[in-house]
Design a protein around this ligand. Structure first.
Ligand code: HEM
Length: 295
């Protein structure tokens, strides 16, 4: 035994053994740990996540982004096969559309002749212009698909029933505005596709009851082709410069603002209606107090 101890001692006169050098990863971990105890971090994140249930709730409630979620939720609400995440994906696509849309606005002028040239310039000359344009286009197509699937899921899970019927109605208006966003965006490249889509779409508006020059009770109320809803949409009686400018203002300013406000109401309502609905709660053994009943 004493021989072993002797062997471990450094020989007289030899240099003291050096501490093993820390690897880069360990240094980063050390820095991270120290930083999280420092004043900057603790002044922003005031509660640790790894302590008590109360602390975890406080961590959520005291963070501006996390507090949008309830501190505690129904276990089923986070199951993908219940919500398919479709409402969340729809919102995410709206954010993508807002960011890429603002970037596109840097290059786009809503005037006849210039609009189409701007799109060509974006597509062929602006660095990443085609990429941004396609991101905007594909996100728009995807948002239409996801909002319908979201509505389908809400219907299939019966989540439109009280107390969520008001939020269902907000949803219906959101669906309408999502489609209007898509429709008004169609005209902006000022190409043949947009021109004819808007020609056909606004011609349908002639048949609107009460407000269309060819709709039920329209003519009886004195509505003509020069004061009907189609005229208001186009800013005239043909699809031309005024229609382009109106589509631009609706598409880039009015509808996004209205949709964003409605989304805030939609999310607030989800919280007020007791968070996302769920199937009848499934009890697991550890949730149950007392003897476990199997049936
Ligand atoms: C821009 C469009 C929309 C966005 C961004 C949106 C977003 C969301 C989100 C994030 C949720 C949480 C649950 C989930 O992800 O499924 C939700 C729930 C809900 N949405 Fe939407 N939604 C939109 C349109 C609609 C439409 C068209 C309807 C129906 C007509 C609708 C009705 C509802 C209802 C009733 C809930 C509560 C569901 C529950 O508690 O299970 N929403 N929405």
């Amino acid at each position: 035994m004493s021989d072993v101890k002797e062997a471990a001692k450094p020989a007289a006169g030899s240099p003291a053994p050096q501490k093993p050098q820390k690897g880069l990863l360990e240094k980063v971990k050390d820095f991270n740990a120290k930083f999280k105890e420092g004043q900057i971090w603790t002044s922003v994140f005031r509660h640790k996540l790894d302590e008590t249930l109360r602390n975890r709730s406080l961590a959520v409630l005291s963070n501006v982004f996390l507090h949008l979620h309830p501190a505690r939720i129904n276990r089923d609400a986070v199951r993908y096969n219940f919500t398919w995440g479709m409402g969340g994906i729809t919102f995410y696509l709206f954010v993508v559309l807002t960011i890429t849309g603002v970037l596109l606005m840097f290059y786009y002028h809503p005037s006849k002749g210039q609009a189409y040239r701007d799109i060509m310039y974006l597509q062929h000359d602006v660095p990443f212009g085609n990429f941004i344009r396609n991101m905007h286009r594909w996100a728009a197509h995807a948002m239409i698909i996801t909002v319908w699937i979201h509505m389908f899921r809400v219907f299939m899970t019966g989540s439109y029933k009280p107390p969520r019927e008001f939020n269902w109605n907000i949803g219906v208006i959101l669906l309408l505005f999502t489609m209007l966003l898509s429709f008004t965006g169609y005209l902006l490249p000022d190409d043949q596709l947009g021109f004819w889509a808007v020609t056909v779409g606004t011609n349908m508006a002639r048949a609107t009851p009460l407000m269309g020059s060819e709709g039920p009770l329209g003519p009886e109320l004195g509505i003509t082709a020069f004061n009907d809803v189609r005229f208001a949409l186009l800013g005239g009686s043909i699809v031309d410069a005024n229609a382009l400018l109106r589509a631009y203002i609706w598409h880039c300013i009015a509808i996004p603002i209205i949709a964003a406000v409605l989304m805030i109401v939609h999310f607030w309502r989800i919280r007020k209606d007791g968070a996302i609905s769920g199937p009848a709660p499934v009890m697991i053994e550890s949730d149950l107090k007392g003897p476990v009943k199997t049936r």
